[in-house]
Design a protein around this ligand. Structure first.
Ligand code: PGA
Length: 272
């Protein structure tokens, strides 16, 4: 299957890195670059920047208005409850009040540190949708699951509670836990196979619901995405974008990543 020059999505997850100045610089530079580089509607790629939550207001304020079509601000996590005695947490509505349009949900680091199960992740995603914040739900297998051939079974288990969420606006990110921050990635065929499995499962789950959506939620790949592998990963037919951690921390590095990621699309658009 040849991939069409469609709409790659780039999510930059800064985790617990950065400061006010670095966040403002990233937003003003990259939102400008995104508008320039991705301004062609045949490409229409979108960059979603997820800084630490304390810097979300700075990030929103530093946005260049003309970049809004191609650049948005996302959070890294929120609480599944609307309010309550949850010291240190923020609710979906609080994110929305700040002008945040997306939020990661169930990143493996948070699943571990907060002891979240698949149900908690689904509830957090639903709370975000209710507040009109689009959840980017992270799923993926551990090294032990990968080595024992359990990848598809784990992905199916993580997806099962998401049947209601999948009826609404959302994105999914396949992030093998063992690929995050390690410099290791699955083979391209393994990425494609996992994505095809996720897409087939999503189709089944959506069919269980009341509404029929005309397109599937975008499915991103995350885990050690770098300049050297991004083009090959994005060329996989079932990969709609990437979720990038460490390679997003420097403006110049991230610009190079965007460039490498859209190069083929730019060429295809130019020759169309
Ligand atoms: P990485 O992180 O790109 O540094 O592997 C990805 C992620 O945790 O989302």
């Amino acid at each position: 299957m040849t991939k069409q020059p469609d709409t790659p999505i780039f999510v930059a997850n800064w985790k617990m890195h950065g400061n006010v100045q670095a966040v403002q610089q990233f937003v003003s530079e990259i939102s400008g670059v995104a508008a320039q580089m991705l301004g062609n509607s045949a490409i229409g790629a979108r960059v979603i920047f997820c800084p630490p939550s304390c810097y979300l207001p700075h990030a929103v304020q530093a946005m260049q208005p003309k970049a809004q079509q191609h650049f948005a601000i996302g959070a890294q996590a929120s609480h599944k409850a609307a309010k309550g005695a949850h010291t240190g947490d923020v609710s979906a509505q609080m994110l929305r009040d700040l002008g945040v349009c997306y939020s990661l949900v169930g990143h493996s680091e948070i699943r571990t540190s907060r002891g979240l199960n698949d149900e908690d992740v689904a509830q957090e995603a639903q709370a975000l949708q209710q507040a009109h914040v689009t959840p980017i739900i992270c799923i993926g297998e551990s090294l032990a699951d990968y080595e024992s051939g359990q990848t598809n079974a784990v992905l199916s288990r993580q997806l099962a509670p998401l049947h209601t969420v999948l009826q609404g606006a959302c994105m999914l990110a396949y992030e093998p836990v063992w690929a995050i921050g390690t410099g290791k990635t699955p083979g391209l065929q393994e990425i494609e196979a996992a994505h095809q499995h996720i897409k087939a499962e999503m189709k089944k789950l959506v069919q269980m619901g009341q509404q029929v959506r005309d397109s599937q939620p975008p499915l991103l790949y995350g885990g050690s995405v770098k300049v050297k592998n991004i083009a090959a990963i994005l060329a996989q037919p079932s990969v709609d974008g990437v979720l990038v951690g460490s390679a997003s921390l420097e403006c110049d590095g991230f610009k190079a990543l965007l460039q490498a990621g859209v190069e083929k699309n730019l060429q295809a658009a130019a020759s169309a």
